[in-house]
Ligand binder design. Structure first.
Ligand SMILES: Cc1cc2nc3c(=O)[nH]c(=O)nc-3n(C[C@H](O)[C@H](O)[C@H](O)COP(=O)(O)OP(=O)(O)OC[C@H]3O[C@@H](n4cnc5c(N)ncnc54)[C@H](O)[C@@H]3O)c2cc1C
Ligand code: SF4
Length: 551
């Protein structure tokens, strides 16, 4: 049997395009703090910082006005946001202590929950592991949370710039001094259309990287500053659908086993979003072994299972989307999340607890801590690495790192497959992570060889199951067809590797045509799966990509 080693076919990160030593352009917009990414991390940071400044001014503390800008690549806030989601409201309460939980943009409290082990056609209920308890939490759509946080940020006086992807950091010596946005209005071969707009430079005393999973700027900054971690970053890909359901779901459901092979780590989620909608998705670690594994297709098969189908039959697919999740946990955290004039928050820093599938409250909490450290730095006129190290200390002493430490080996144990991994994770749960406690070393996802074997054919029925093109349509993607490619593909892609990419990408961007690779960049929904295992992703013209409303 032949194998593919994904790392062998990847192009290196184009560091010289992302870390720019050029002085800012003459038209540069001067800000004090620039936040890249309007997700929960970036918006929580902006809201807390604006509030600290106002509070200081009201108390006569003497803090001058602080210009805060949030730059988001989606055309409008929330359109690139995707999560499960069951939300722990802890950070929301900390950010809005005067509001009642009923004010928060959640769909419903978690009333009941169940975990199942699935085989094809059957399901066996399991006791819910403590790491998966969701009592006191809420189901929600991340798009709705982000739109709501955006309104609170605007009320607080934050400048929100949607449709402004950042594709470079402006640096001076070791300090980050701001960002440059992507140009827009380019033709496929790089020429200028009548709508061409130059990149914009924004200068800042602190730049906050809140760009989410597999952040391009974060990868580049860490490589440039040589900021390592004990284990490499690891990722999973999640494909999700929101349905108008045929009958209401009364509990939060998680499943293990089928349709994933036993040597892949992952599972499904199935959440009620009020009386009439459900969210369901399948997540798989990108260190799986079969080159033909295709998460989009597996989710389609999953919907036909007798446990799931009755909720969907007669219902309607409302929206489809995909996104990666940082899964490395405690041992993959960057050894520092700050530098001169820069901090890294949320998923960009890897603050996700995989056994509980939670990242939203960690992202918000890290944004809140970043705001506090930045406020102190601005007040003292010191935004150097040593001043911003207060952020790292707050994170390290908080429940973010405590939670990730408790589950530090649970995801990693599944390196040995579902059964051995499940057994070890059970022992870790019983002993709060103390046994077996030795760090499990992991290769990066692209260094796991993939076995090449023919894919099982699957024919979508267009009612319950859908092909990738229909799915992308349901993501709302309306990217300009004539846009230049934002994907960096290595040379000499063999037919086998082309096939592999076509399975990795849930959005049908890569196709094998004869023995060649065909790339359809406008289909891209920015999930970043191939950035982990294949061609690199870079930001493109603002407002491109999906237009999620319910994810
Ligand atoms: C399938 C799935 C299920 C999940 N389920 C849950 C769950 O049930 N509960 C839970 O708590 N967590 C869950 N998570 C994790 C959670 O969604 C994340 O941890 C959380 O969204 C991280 O927030 P963030 O602000 O760091 O990043 P994001 O929410 O990803 O926000 C980052 C923002 O930055 C923008 N951006 C990126 N690059 C650029 C750029 N170069 N220029 C400008 N803007 C940029 C993006 O468009 C995005 O809007 C799930 C994740 C997935 C994928
Ligand atoms: S090409 Fe785009 S949609 Fe496809 S895997 Fe890569 S990032 Fe995701």
């Amino acid at each position: 049997m032949s194998t593919i080693l994904p790392a062998r076919h990847q192009v290196p990160l184009p560091l010289d395009r992302i870390i720019l030593r050029d002085p800012p352009g003459a038209e540069a917009i001067e800000m004090d703090v620039v936040i890249v990414g309007a997700g929960p991390a970036g918006l929580a940071c902006a809201i807390e910082l604006a509030r600290l400044v106002k509070r200081d001014q009201a108390a006569g503390g003497g803090m001058p006005d602080v210009g805060i800008a949030v730059l988001e690549k989606a055309g409008s806030l929330g359109e690139h946001s995707l999560s499960g989601a069951v939300v722990n409201p802890r950070a929301m309460r900390e950010l809005f202590p005067d509001r009642a939980p009923s004010d928060f943009p959640f769909r419903q409290p978690v009333a009941d929950e169940a975990v199942y082990f699935m085989t094809e056609g059957r399901s066996q209920r399991l006791p819910t592991p403590p790491t998966m308890h969701n009592a006191g939490y809420y189901t929600a759509s991340l798009c709705e949370i982000v739109r709501w946080l955006g309104e609170r940020a605007e009320e607080a006086g934050v400048n929100l710039f949607a449709g402004f992807p950042v594709d470079a950091l402006l640096v001076d010596g070791t300090a980050v001094r701001g960002v440059r946005t992507t140009p827009s209005g380019l033709t496929r071969d790089g020429g200028r259309t009548g709508d061409y707009t130059e990149p914009t430079d924004l200068t800042a005393r602190v730049t906050v990287l809140a760009e989410g999973t597999r952040g391009l700027l974060t990868q580049a900054w860490r490589q440039w500053e040589q900021v390592g971690s004990t284990n490499p970053s690891l990722f999973a890909i999640g494909v999700k659908e929101v349905w108008e359901c045929a009958r209401p779901l009364d509990r939060v459901i998680h499943t293990l086993g089928w349709p994933l092979p036993n040597d892949a780590f992952g599972g499904s989620f199935f959440y009620p979003l009020g009386e009439r909608q459900v969210a369901l998705g399948l997540v798989v670690g990108l260190d799986y072994h079969e080159a033909a594994l295709d998460v989009h297709e597996l989710l389609q098969r999953f919907k036909l299972h007798p446990l799931i189908r009755p909720y969907l039959d007669g219902g309607k697919l409302l929206e489809w989307g995909a996104k990666t999740i940082p899964e490395g946990g405690y041992y993959a955290l960057p050894e520092r999340r700050c530098g001169d004039g820069v901090v890294i928050t949320g998923d960009a820093a890897g603050f996700v607890d995989v056994p509980s599938l939670k990242g939203i409250h960690y992202a918000m909490q890290s944004g809140i801590f970043a705001a506090r450290a930045i406020f102190d730095g601005l007040k003292r006129g010191d935004t150097s690495r040593s001043a911003l190290a207060a952020y790292d200390r707050m994170v390290d002493e908080s429940y973010i790192v405590a939670d990730l430490h408790r589950t530090r080996n649970m995801r990693l144990a599944f390196k040995d497959g579902l059964y051995v991994g499940g057994f070890k994770a059970g022992l870790m749960t019983l002993t709060s992570g103390r046994f077996p406690s030795a760090r499990i070393e992991m290769p990066e996802d692209a260094a796991t060889p993939r076995h090449v074997a023919p894919a099982e054919p699957f024919a979508p029925d267009g009612k319950l199951t859908f092909g990738k093109l229909d799915a992308v349509f349901k993501s709302g993607n309306a990217t300009r067809d004539t846009i230049p490619s934002h994907l960096l593909v290595g040379p000499d892609v063999s037919a086998e590797v082309a096939d592999f990419y076509s399975h990795v990408c849930p959005a049908g961007v890569y196709e094998r045509v004869g023995d060649e690779l065909r790339v359809n960049p406008p289909n891209c929904v920015d999930c970043k799966a191939t950035d982990v295992l294949g061609p690199r992703w870079t930001p493109r013209e603002g407002g491109s990509g999906p237009k999620y409303r319910l994810m």
